[in-house]
Structures are given as structure tokens and as C-alpha cells.
Ligand binder design. Structure first.
Ligand code: HEC
Ligand code: HEC
Ligand code: HEC
Length: 342
């Protein structure tokens, strides 16, 4: 289809939605924003992709059942501060390349997502929540938060059922061809998680998530395990993400300094000096995952000094990811490989 025709047809699709949904004022405004920003040029918002694998080469994830999949609060927050949820993009073959030892992701191949204002994001979140195709699949599920796997969760997810081959359970750890799952509790309705684990093909005929036959009890345990990976559930719901620059000022400058060079007001008597965040050489040898972990769980978690505190209770994962990006700006660097010794 040529691009003019494609644009016309996607505009028509949104227009049909505007008429067909018995929309509240917020949803109506939300669909209008989606029409203006041409969201349908990358997202399927109006129907199945069909039985052909060709449909997998789509630019963004399907949104035509968004109301049955996502938590509305997450949608509203994410649309203001979009972050990458699928480490290898919507379809990994668009972003993978062969490497020396393993195939790798072409990080330069991702484009930043459109960012919406607070008002637009809230209205679009309401609009998306009205898209409830496949309602029957969600209605069939009953999530039980009491059926937990306890200490066995890791084992079930990793060794017994092999889910970790494709999914990350913490930043930078696990497979990358499926969406990260340590933020799933913020993003997804538990009934959706149960349903896609039970029958991924019912949501997307040609998805590369395989079906594993699991007992009802095991599925409940796995969903509870996935929810337990997300230490931000409550903090994410109680406040919206603050900008990284603001967070850095309030929480980090006391030690890392106004200049970010590690010379904050606390640093004079510290046995281990706060890291200089403009140190290109040092920081090019640290992965984003390592920086994320150091900020979230503290220095000790990455074999560094306990003087670097953990921020898991103060900042959400989204905010911490943004702080990693902020530090990348201060050092004007990215991970280049190599190893560090303190
Ligand atoms: C140029 C293509 C493009 C346009 C235009 C676009 N998106 Fe996206 N969108 C993407 C891609 C790619 C992702 C996947 C990001 C990821 O997972 O890392 C995404 C992800 C999302 C997600 C998160 C879904 C998930 O499961 O990760 C939502 C919600 C979303 N987009 C809504 C919108 C809305 C609303 C608009 C219009 C205002 C829009 N998008 C416009 C490409 C686009
Ligand atoms: C071969 C790779 C692969 C394996 C193995 C796999 N998944 Fe997935 N999973 C995916 C892909 C790809 C998606 C996205 C599907 C879509 O949206 O169409 C997904 C989606 C999900 C989702 C929804 C996440 C979201 O943000 O949309 C959950 C929950 C999930 N998988 C759990 C599991 C569990 C539990 C197992 C083990 C029983 C598992 N997966 C095994 C590839 C895999
Ligand atoms: C109480 C003082 C203190 C505060 C507050 C603090 N840091 Fe640190 N930070 C340190 C010290 C000390 C180190 C050096 C640890 C070492 O090298 O063993 C460090 C190291 C780091 C590192 C490097 C970890 C590595 O892999 O080597 C990062 C990244 C970091 N801090 C980020 C932050 C961010 C972001 C904040 C604000 C949210 C913050 N820090 C707040 C003291 C602090």
C-alpha cells in the first residue's frame, strides 16, 4: 500500500473508532489525539493481524485489545515518559545482527517514541482502555494473589519452564526476544498475564511465544512470581515519575556533587569517594544494567561501597532508567565493553 493510502486508511480506522465507541469525553479527546499523531501508522488499533507471519513485521505492539491488557494508570504515565519495554523491539528480526560470539541487538536502530502532554496522555489512556477486543479471554480468567510459588518461583520460571530464555527478570538479565517482565505488574492486568501464558496464540496467532501446557495452579504461581519481580508496584501507583534532572539534584548531588564529578558536600570525609559521573573511561566500561542495579540496590549489590545507598524505595524503575540515561549524558558515553577494577 502506498503511504497516502495507508494514512487514509488508518485515519479512517480511528474515525470509525470515534463513532463506534460509546465514548466518554476523555476517550473522545483521546481518540482525536491518536488521529492527529497518527498512532495507527505503527500500531494496530482496529483488528487482528491475521494468520500470516507477514503481519509480525509491524512497527509497534498491537493496541486493539489495550483495554484488556494494560493498566490505565501505567498507560497514562508511560505515554508521558516512554521507555523501552521490549529489549529487542517489537519484532526482534528488525533489530538483530550477527556478532562475534552471539547475535546482538542494534541499539542504534530504535527511534524515540512520541511523547504526549499530561492531558493528552490521560485522555489517550482512557481511549485505549475502551479497546476491549477478546473480552471473553479475560472474563475466563480468575487471578488468585494467594497462590504463590514462594522460593520456588525462580526455579519454575527459569529451570522448569524455560521462560527466562526469552524474558528478562531484572534489567539486563535474561532473554530479550520477549517483553521485560520485571515491570509487568505495573503494566499488565494479571488476567491478561494468565491468559497469554495459557494460550499466547489466542492473542496473536503467529507470536513467537510458545504455548507450554501448565496446570492452573502453576500458572497462578508464575503470575504471582512475575508480580513479585516488580518492586515498584506501589510506588509507581502513588506518584508520577519525576524528571531525571530533578531527581539527580535532590538525591544524588549531595554526594556526587553539583557538577556530578563526585565532589558533593558529603564527600570530604567519605572513605570511598563518590563516583565521578563525568568519567568517560570508567563509565564506558559499565553496562546500563550495572548502573541501574547500583542505583536501585546500592553499591554493595555490584561489589562497590555501601556508601552508595539503594534507591529502590525512593525511585521507580522508570525513574532509575532515566537516571542511567542522565549519567550517560554527564559522561558523554555509552557502554563500550571492557572490564573495570575499582
Ligand atoms: C513510529 C511508530 C510509532 C508511532 C507513530 C507510535 N508508536 Fe507507540 N510504540 C511504537 C513502538 C516501536 C513501541 C514499542 C516500544 C518498546 O516496547 O520498546 C511502542 C509502544 C507503545 C506503547 C506501549 C505498549 C507496550 O506494550 O510496550 C503504547 C501504549 C503506545 N506505543 C501508544 C502509542 C500511541 C497512543 C501513539 C500515538 C499518540 C503511538 N504509540 C505512536 C511505535 C510507535
Ligand atoms: C521463545 C520465547 C518465549 C518464551 C520461551 C516465553 N515467552 Fe512469554 N512472550 C514472548 C513474546 C514474544 C511475547 C510478546 C507476545 C505478544 O505480545 O504478542 C511474550 C509475552 C509474555 C507475557 C506478556 C508480557 C507483555 O508485556 O506483553 C507474559 C506475562 C509472558 N510472556 C510470560 C511467559 C512465561 C510465564 C513463560 C514460560 C512459561 C514465557 N513467557 C515463555 C516470548 C516468549
Ligand atoms: C550518600 C552518598 C551517595 C549518594 C546520596 C548517592 N551516591 Fe552514588 N555513589 C556513592 C559512592 C561512595 C560511590 C562509589 C562506590 C564505589 O566506587 O565503591 C557511588 C557510586 C555510584 C555509581 C557507580 C556505580 C558503579 O558501577 O561503579 C553510580 C551509577 C551512582 N553512584 C549513581 C547515583 C545516583 C543516580 C544517585 C542518586 C539517586 C546516587 N548515586 C546517590 C555515594 C552516593
Amino acid at each position: 500500500m502506498n503511504s497516502v493510502l495507508r494514512t487514509l486508511s488508518t485515519v479512517a480506522a480511528v474515525a470509525t473508532l470515534l463513532w463506534s465507541v460509546n465514548a466518554s469525553a476523555g476517550a473522545y479527546d483521546g481518540f482525536k489525539v491518536m488521529q492527529e499523531k497518527n498512532c495507527a501508522s505503527c500500531h494496530n488499533i482496529s483488528g487482528e493481524i491475521g494468520l500470516k507471519t507477514a503481519g509480525l513485521w509491524r512497527k509497534g505492539p498491537d493496541l486493539y485489545y489495550a483495554g484488556n491488557k494494560y493498566n490505565q494508570h501505567w498507560l497514562a504515565t508511560w505515554l508521558q515518559h516512554p521507555t523501552q519495554v521490549r529489549p529487542s523491539g517489537t519484532f526482534y528480526l528488525d533489530h538483530a545482527q550477527t556478532g562475534k560470539k552471539w547475535d546482538t541487538i542494534r541499539h542504534g536502530s530504535f527511534k524515540p517514541h512520541v511523547i504526549l502532554s499530561v492531558m493528552d496522555a490521560q485522555n489517550v489512556a482512557i481511549a485505549l482502555s475502551e479497546l476491549r477486543t477478546k473480552n471473553q479471554l479475560i472474563k475466563a480468567e480468575h487471578f488468585d494473589p494467594t497462590i504463590t510459588a514462594g522460593a520456588m518461583g525462580d526455579m519454575m520460571f527459569n529451570k522448569v519452564n524455560g521462560c527466562m530464555a526469552c524474558h528478562s527478570i531484572e534489567p539486563g538479565y535474561g532473554g530479550v526476544s520477549g517483553p521485560e517482565l520485571y515491570t509487568a505488574a505495573e503494566r499488565l492486568k494479571p488476567e491478561y498475564m494468565l491468559s497469554i501464558i495459557r494460550d499466547p496464540q489466542a492473542w496473536n496467532h503467529r507470536t513467537w511465544m510458545p504455548t507450554r501446557e501448565l496446570s492452573e495452579e502453576d500458572m497462578q504461581k508464575i503470575v504471582n512470581y512475575i508480580i513479585s519481580l516488580d518492586s515498584n508496584k506501589t510506588s509507581m501507583n502513588s506518584f508520577a515519575a519525576q524528571s531525571a534532572a530533578k531527581n539527580y539534584r535532590i538525591y544524588c548531588m549531595q554526594c556526587h556533587g553539583i557538577s556530578g564529578k563526585g565532589s558533593g558536600i558529603n564527600s570530604r570525609d567519605m572513605g570511598v569517594q563518590p563516583r565521578n559521573h563525568s568519567d568517560t573511561k570508567y563509565l564506558s566500561a559499565r553496562t546500563d544494567g550495572e548502573l541501574f542495579k547500583a542505583i536501585k540496590e546500592g553499591g554493595l549489590s555490584v561489589n562497590k561501597s555501601a556508601l552508595m545507598p539503594p534507591w529502590a524505595k525512593t525511585l521507580s524503575d522508570v525513574e532509575i532508567k532515566d537516571l542511567v540515561k542522565h549519567i550517560r549524558k554527564l559522561c558523554k558515553c555509552k557502554f563500550e565493553g571492557g572490564q573495570n577494577h575499582p
